[in-house]
Design a protein around this ligand. Sequence first.
Ligand SMILES: Cc1cc2nc3c(=O)[nH]c(=O)nc-3n(C[C@H](O)[C@H](O)[C@H](O)COP(=O)(O)OP(=O)(O)OC[C@H]3O[C@@H](n4cnc5c(N)ncnc54)[C@H](O)[C@@H]3O)c2cc1C
Length: 424
Amino acid sequence: MAHIVIIGAGIGGMPAAYELREKLDKTHKITVVGAADYFQFVPSNPWIAVGWRKRDEITFRIAPYLEKHGIAFIASPLDTLDAAGQRVFLRDGTVLDYDFLVLTTGPRLAFDEVEGAGPIAGHTQSICTVDHAEKLHAAYEQFLAEPGPVVVGAMPGASCFGPAYEYAFILNADLKKRKLRHKVPMTFVSSEPYIGHLGLGGVGDSKTMLESEFRSHDIKWICNARVTRVEAGQMHVNELDGQGNLLREHTLPFKLSMMLPAFKGIEPLGAVDGLCNPRGFVLIDEHQRNPKYPQIYAAGVCVSIPPVEVTPVPTGAPKTGYMIETMVSAIVQNIAAELAGDEPQAKGSWNAICLADMGDVGAAFVALPQLPPRNVNWFAKGKWVHMAKIAFEKYFLHKMKAGSSEPIYEKYVLKALGIERLDH
Ligand SMILES: Cc1cc2nc3c(=O)[nH]c(=O)nc-3n(C[C@H](O)[C@H](O)[C@H](O)COP(=O)(O)OP(=O)(O)OC[C@H]3O[C@@H](n4cnc5c(N)ncnc54)[C@H](O)[C@@H]3O)c2cc1C
């Protein structure tokens, strides 16, 4: 009997648990460890921030669902990982020995890299967690009584740009519904070298399309933006040229600001010798396995993948749903192979497929492979994307409660788009 421990109960960890349970013999034990006792559907956070969703619509208590499917669950953060001894120590004092460890711990939000940033100790809001999105919603309700300038965007080193665009467009749509948009000058401030870069070197005609959307919705932008400091109601931004030289200094006043931070890996993993890169992201081989500690697999935002290209202000490559789904499936196949005495063969797919909501319409992009030049390089806009995103939310939440391991992207999204899976 093997014990497989999964650390992280999010978009990667929960499907990993169900897929392992389905594929492995019942004699093997599976334990999931989460920092909190609830699951949150992170992609819906921009809707929470404007009050289009309530917390209980996108969260649920994890334990009853996992336990119903024969999976143990412990809600206590990982404190220390003894990778050589194959043992994890949790904050509540629990000690777990494992045969295989699956890391799906997502990001550590590096607000501390910009003075004055972040919703706890700083002056900018966030949508990275449901708690942050609720805090932003509370700030938004106050803002509505006395509207003013808004700054939305992404900090230096950010990799997850899609949600910043989503929030900008959703906020724009919500303000229009309230007939308040004319009182709110909006500026999008991003470390991307150009609008629509998305950490991917652009996808199809994303630059032209997103610039055009910003123009049609009166959203100004500053790219190659290095936010240096945030004070109450004021953001200091250095705009760089293509060579990385200072082009302009901006001081942007704001009444409300949502800035996505750079991501790092969580501290207990970064502390393990040889497990992570300098930013704390888990090093993996093509089979999702750590080269130094082969009993450790990792998937999702916590893994180390290189940026698509060097940019004047640092940016990273996003790790999105389809990529995470294929990483998880590869891990499950590889652990099953190892338990059967075989070598891991399965590989994840470093491809980006994303649905971004824009309030009433949406934008979809497909980058296969993630690094240009690509076989599929497609970006499109339409009402159908808005509907598809809602359907995706409902289906994912249903799947997480039902214990289904059905791969959503592989089964529905790729099929709907008429795309064959292409590996990196
Ligand atoms: C606001 C936002 C919107 C996004 N929207 C989309 C989208 O529409 N489509 C898309 O494809 N991608 C989207 N993404 C990107 C990506 O899909 C998500 O970030 C996704 O949640 C990543 O999954 P994950 O499993 O790697 O991390 P998460 O879902 O963040 O899960 C991490 C888990 O690890 C746990 N954890 C953290 N620290 C510890 C610890 N010390 N001990 C134990 N557990 C710990 C957390 O509690 C959580 O359960 C979005 C990202 C953000 C931030």
